[in-house]
Design a protein around this ligand. Sequence first.
Ligand SMILES: [Ca+2]
Length: 266
Amino acid sequence: MLSSNNYAYIFSMNAQLFLFRSRVLLISTIFLIASCDKGGEDPRPLSCPESDALNFTESDGLVIVEFEAVPDRSAIGDWDFRNDFAAYEGEGFLYWAGEDHFSQPGNSTLGYEIEISNPGTYRFIYSGYIALGESTTESNDLWLRFADASDFYGFRENDDSYVYPKGTDKSPNPEGASRDGWLKVYMNQLNEWTYTAKTSDNDAHDIYVEFDNPGTYLMEISGRSEGFAIDRAVIYKEEGNFADLGNRAKRKEAFEVLDGSDATCP
Ligand SMILES: [Ca+2]
């Protein structure tokens, strides 16, 4: 038979267990609410699968475009949708499986609409990967054009040098290939996705695009070097967290913040 002391002990144990369970429940509830809050922030699909157009929106001076976010992956010409190597963002990446088109842009052109609400000067970089061979100067570029932007050019800060695409009646033009408003955009890093983008051969300039007014602008890419893979484009104002990203280490550190973040679909 249990004495009153035993009952008191059992009651005490039950009370402590209840208290413990209550605390667990409270912590779980707080966690759940926090999770729901995070999920409730206007969730965006990672690659806009239901979007009719390739439309991305700028927010706080930043646009993230997943190159694989195309409405129909079976209709992208000589680009291959892939997700079979390395740590990519979104659902995968595009790989140029066509021939080299070193002097002729416009092959398997893909267009991505970008909705800009904060006009100004934006820098363009992509996450690219040399996915064929082991040369830092082959399978390392694509063609890029912003035909309806207010301006589109290469710029190098240390000597205040500008280069404009051929076919735009602006000069000087980049060294090497350029045509019909397109810039050849290259990188030179092996064995990893690298955020960068340069134009003008042996004369590296960063890539900039100017949007003078709010509106929707078209970014086009087309294939240039067989074996080059592209994961995402980041188009951003060089302000705040994205100021002073001159070298690869700084870019890598800054853009780790964007790892796992969604493409900025509408
Ligand atoms: Ca991607």
